[in-house]
Design a protein around this ligand. Structure first.
Ligand SMILES: [Zn+2]
Length: 511
């Protein structure tokens, strides 16, 4: 069975067939750049970065668009509060967002259009609706007449009548209470840089029309996947569909994918074991703070560990549990690098993506079989509505099998005579299998680079200093000063570093 995607529009999983054979267009609603991003802003980009990498692996040519909403009421209010211009505010917050995306390895976005640079497209779009009498001008504002759209409400499963009772939707200028603004007339007190010329006088576009216009500009009138958080289904996406399909008489997006939202679970932060600083970070939750505290790969791994449609529970305990999971892989990679003298990351780059035979080049039956099977399980999970949680579970099993082979074949202590394999051949198999695990994980953008510890310590200073400590400890042990030897071990343990006495000497690892 091929790839199936849960479509919010049909409320079921459907086989994925693109509009044009071999090509996929994706539009994801991006940030409104008025406040520093929080963890929720990272969820969509991380998920769709994984989706894009996987679709590319499946052979599709993918174009992924993420917009920047830099024209919005929220920007005007916040810029005034900060005594700055909306342009300066938008540029600063956009930079903050892009910096975070880089750390999170969201690096497959193709186009990031800004609303402020597409005012012409937006005006043309509104004019198309006006000609058809679906949009109407009223006091410098332009509204969309929802009664002209027979299937309005089909995405969120609402009826127009349900909206009528909402007080904030009622306005004397509108034909119907549920009509929404396509264009908003400028108010005299508003700053000049958000006043754009239009056939209806100076003003600015509404949020919904910005996305429709930019999606069509870069992906065409009908494209494959439109994504966003589940909180955008109504009214944002419902209105995008209404105005787009009313203008073109064609389906807008074929698939609508909505990710669950993050929720902070403060109950899980017990008063006794959480330090106050950490609690503050969790409460405040800006992406910037979070990435000061944790490596980008951990946050990415944390988010991908949940199937995208489920809500992500965000707490210190959850992050700690994912860190433990990630460390299982890091320890295996470190172990294999030590045994084989080659980093499995390097070998993975050489192997490339898993091709037709993921077990190629592995002599050991157990490892060759697990390369094939775990790759297949990973892909099976991804084919089932991009179930990254299931895909990561397959990677865990894969790591477990490799660790067991290292132990059963006694590779660390020079080889198991009973299995009659030359230690070097066994090592080569372990290296190739581990590299295969990494190359499979890379299909969702995990393990692209060695962990941050190494990245931050390019000169190997940490390693050098640790070796000095290990030598001092060996020296005092030789002199039977076990008190000092234990003290060194215990002090390091307090810092989260474990010394491991192995057959080939003492090593260390981060807990
Ligand atoms: Zn949008």
């Amino acid at each position: 069975m091929g790839l199936v995607i849960f479509n919010t529009l049909t409320r079921e999983k459907q086989p994925f067939v693109p509009v044009q054979p071999g090509k996929v267009g994706i539009y994801l609603c991006g940030p409104t750049v008025y406040k520093p991003s929080h963890v929720g802003h990272a969820v969509g980009p991380i998920i769709f970065d994984a989706v894009k990498r996987y679709l590319v692996h499946c052979g599709f040519e993918v174009r992924w668009v993420v917009n920047i909403t830099d024209v919005d009421d929220k920007l005007i209010v916040e810029a005034e509060k900060q005594n700055t211009t909306t342009i300066e505010l938008a540029e600063r917050i956009t930079k903050d967002y892009l910096d975070a995306m880089k750390i999170l390895r969201v690096d497959t976005i193709d186009i990031m259009p800004k609303a402020s640079e597409h005012i012409g497209d937006i005006i043309d779009f509104i004019k198309r609706l006006e000609v058809r009498d679906i949009a109407y001008e009223s006091g410098g504002d332009v509204y969309f007449d929802v009664t002209k759209d027979a299937d309005y409400g089909k995405l969120s499963n609402r009826r127009i009548e349900d909206q009528a009772g909402q007080r904030d939707l009622q306005s004397a200028e509108k034909r119907n209470p549920a009509d929404f603004a396509l264009w908003k007339a400028a108010k005299p007190e508003e700053p000049e840089d958000v006043k754009f010329d239009s056939p209806w006088g100076k003003g600015r576009p509404g949020w919904h029309i910005e996305c429709s216009a930019m999606a069509m500009r870069y992906l065409g009138e009908t494209f494959d996947i439109h994504g966003g958080g589940v909180d955008l289904v109504f009214p944002h996406h419902e209105n995008e569909i209404a105005q787009s399909e009313s203008a073109t008489d064609k389906p807008f997006a074929k698939f609508w994918m909505h990710n669950g939202l993050t929720k902070v679970n403060t109950k899980k932060i017990s008063k006794s074991d959480a330090d106050p600083e950490m609690q503050a970070v969790l409460q405040q939750m800006t992406l910037h703070n979070l990435l000061d505290e944790y490596p980008g790969e951990l946050i990415r791994f944390f988010i991908l560990s949940t199937q995208y449609r489920s809500p992500i529970e965000y707490s210190q305990a959850e992050i700690a549990s994912k860190r433990k999971g990630l460390d299982t892989f890091y320890r295996l990679f470190e172990r294999v690098a030590r045994l084989c003298g080659v980093s499995p990351y390097e070998k993975a780059t050489e192997l490339g993506e898993p091709g037709d035979d993921p077990g190629a080049g592995v002599a050991s039956d157990v490892l060759a079989k697990s390369c094939v099977e775990q790759t297949a399980l990973f892909k099976k999970a991804m084919d089932d509505d991009f179930n990254t949680a299931g895909a990561i579970a397959a990677l865990f099993d894969f790591a477990g099998i490799i660790n067991r082979v290292i132990e059963q074949e006694k590779i660390e202590s020079g080889g198991n005579v009973a299995v009659r394999r030359a230690p070097d051949a066994a090592k080569a198999d372990v290296l190739t299998a581990t590299a295969r695990l990494i190359s499979v994980a890379r299909l969702i953008g995990v393990f692209l680079d060695p962990p941050d510890l190494q990245a931050a310590d390019r000169d190997g200073l940490i390693d050098k200093a640790m070796n000095v400590l290990i030598q001092v400890r060996q020296h005092v042990r030789k002199n039977k000063d076990f008190t000092t030897a234990d003290l060194i071990r215990d002090l390091l343990k307090e810092q989260g570093i474990t010394l491991e006495d192995r057959a080939d000497g003492t090593g260390w690892r981060k807990d």
